[in-house]
Design a protein around this ligand. Structure first.
Ligand SMILES: *[C@@H]1O[C@H](CO)[C@@H](O)[C@H](O)[C@H]1NC(C)=O
Ligand SMILES: *[C@@H]1O[C@H](CO)[C@@H](O)[C@H](O)[C@H]1NC(C)=O
Ligand SMILES: *[C@@H]1O[C@H](CO)[C@@H](O)[C@H](O)[C@H]1NC(C)=O
Ligand SMILES: *[C@@H]1O[C@H](CO)[C@@H](O)[C@H](O)[C@H]1NC(C)=O
Length: 178
């Protein structure tokens, strides 16, 4: 028995070593496949060229981004640079619903629908809660189609600028997917 014991411990250590190395190599291969892409959304809330619209809300209340129960439709142009006249590579289309009683949290369900040469016909699906009054808002990337099938990751939304006269916002979206 005494002769077998040290051998068992060696085997055990070897097994732990192999398992650890496998885990490390899996982690590093996962990390090496992470990709990062920055997009810009151009959002206009008022006027003839508005890209968002409040479509329904609670009767008797003002339908707004700050009112619980308001449902908003979005169709924002997407570009790769902050310039509003840059080539559009797609549209960010979906809904925003004001989901918290104090109006601070909205639930975003958004598809990035690409129409540029590289990603034409592909989509990225973003979904989750957004604390809209904070500057950095993280939303999950739940899936995609075409080039982005099985995409998983997160997107950081950040309002870069807002012009109250034109009601135009520039929103940077930093997408990290595996
Ligand atoms: C990373 O990409 C390589 C090559 O496409 C693939 O063989 C590997 O399985 C991927 N790793 C993960 C963790 O997705
Ligand atoms: C709306 O868009 C049209 C077409 O691009 C443009 O001519 C017009 O100046 C825009 N109006 C406003 C208020 O931005
Ligand atoms: C994208 O696909 C549509 C439909 O297949 C096609 O009409 C359009 O020309 C394509 N656009 C680009 C930029 O390839
Ligand atoms: C986007 O996110 C990545 C990963 O967190 C970071 O390295 C990069 O600097 C970010 N880019 C911008 C423009 O914020």
């Amino acid at each position: 028995m005494a002769a077998i014991k040290p051998f068992s411990i060696t085997t055990l250590l070897l097994m732990i070593f192999i398992i650890t190395m496998t885990m490390i190599s899996q982690t590093s291969s996962k990390e090496s496949n992470q990709s990062n892409q920055v997009f810009y959304l151009h959002d206009v809330t008022n006027g003839p060229n508005a890209t968002v619209a409040q479509i329904v809300g609670i009767t008797g209340k003002v339908w707004s981004y700050n009112t619980f129960g308001t449902f908003i439709m979005v169709d924002d142009p997407i570009t790769l640079t902050p310039n509003q006249y840059a080539v559009q590579i797609g549209r960010a289309q979906g809904t925003i619903s004001v989901a918290s009683m104090d109006g601070s949290t909205v639930i975003i369900v958004l598809s990035f629908v690409f129409n540029n040469v590289q990603y034409n016909g592909s989509t990225l699906e973003l979904q989750g809660a957004s604390r809209q009054r904070e500057n950095y808002r993280e939303i999950s990337v739940v899936s995609g189609t075409g080039r982005f099938r099985f995409a998983k990751g997160y997107a950081v939304f950040e309002t870069v600028s807002y012009d109250p006269t034109t009601t135009r916002s520039l929103i940077r979206v930093n997408v990290t997917i595996n």
